[in-house]
Write a protein that binds this ligand. Structure first.
Ligand SMILES: [Fe+2]
Length: 313
């Protein structure tokens, strides 16, 4: 695969200082001015000030300089005005208007999560010991930014840009809701494209070690703002990830996730979900505290539409 990793996102919001402080309290460190990072990866979220909330840029990694040349050539073939340096390419997403930067390299490997010994009916693997999860001292920190979800007014054109232009692969599609799950790494999805009346970010997602990490950090957010929970906890059917969706102080939805499907061989991945009872809202195998309409469309979509209009988009 030419593309190897999803490296980081740049969020533009009216009050980046407030958002930086929020993420500092969730365990992300300020590693440089306007830059938030995790223990292994110093740049995961860049913050910048802007008149309305949106993703300004995403950064991807590719394997080699030859891959970069091929990506540049494909983008030109699509009639897009891409810029190129020695070890990077940058292009504007023609449907969503944010910038996409591709660098030669790869993400820093993650320190493996501590293996947990989980007792289950008939399977006792932890005897005479308390669970590490029950007696841990430190609240787990997010490990990385894993994916971002966009709403598009022309989902097929957006998917074509990521697949034909940049080389993303399709992991799953939900035709009933015109949703396409795309990956540029082993993750089941690094980008998901949904339909929307206005181009927008639906959510960005940070990986936690496990269920307990999601719960501990999610509860922190709800203790600060009782109305911050949007959807979850639960487990998705598509991607299999455990999730909890919450709102950041800028009004952006984010997800703490864990245990996502990993795809290393397209031939072994079954893209045909063996279920025939899908309806547009069958997106979780279980869920709680849900407001699904808020999940699909940001409640401040009118503000985003006005911001885009004022920006001449
Ligand atoms: Fe997600």
């Amino acid at each position: 695969m030419a593309l190897t990793d999803f490296l980081n996102i740049t969020l533009s919001v009216p009050n980046p200082t407030e958002l930086e402080s929020f993420w500092n309290r969730r365990g992300l460190a300020t590693t440089a001015p306007g830059q938030l990072g995790t223990t292994e990866r110093a740049s995961q979220i860049y913050l910048q000030e802007g008149p309305y909330r949106h993703v300004a840029e995403i950064t991807l990694a590719c394997s080699s300089h030859d891959d970069l040349v091929r990506i540049f050539s494909r983008l030109e073939g699509l009639g897009l005005d891409a810029q190129r340096g020695d070890d990077w390419v940058r292009v504007k997403d023609p449907t969503l208007d944010h910038s996409v930067r591709i660098e030669v390299g790869s993400a820093t490997p993650l320190i493996p999560a501590a293996s947990r010994q989980l007792n289950a009916p008939g399977v006792i693997v932890r005897e005479n010991r308390r669970s590490e999860a029950a007696i841990r001292v430190d609240v787990p920190r997010p490990r990385r930014v894993g994916h971002v979800v966009f709403g598009s007014t022309d989902p097929q054109a957006t998917v074509d840009f990521y697949v034909k232009g940049l080389g993303f692969r399709v992991s799953d599609r939900l035709p009933d809701v015109d949703a396409t799950f795309l990956r540029c790494s082993k993750d089941h999805h690094n980008i998901l494209i949904l339909p929307s009346p206005v181009p927008c970010m639906n959510h960005y997602a940070l990986e936690m070690d496990d269920f307990d990490g999601i719960g501990l950090r999610g509860v922190e957010v709800v203790q600060e703002r009782p109305d911050a929970s949007v959807y979850g906890m639960g487990r998705h059917v598509v991607g299999s990830n455990i999730f909890w969706y919450l709102l950041d102080p800028a009004g952006g939805m984010f997800e703490f996730f864990s245990d996502m499907d990993q795809i290393t061989d397209d031939d072994l991945w079954d893209r045909d979900l063996r279920r025939d009872d899908w309806d547009p809202f069958t997106i979780a195998s279980y869920e709680s505290g849900t407001s699904k309409m808020d999940f699909f469309l940001p409640s401040d979509i009118d503000v985003i539409a006005a911001g885009r209009e004022a920006a001449g988009l």
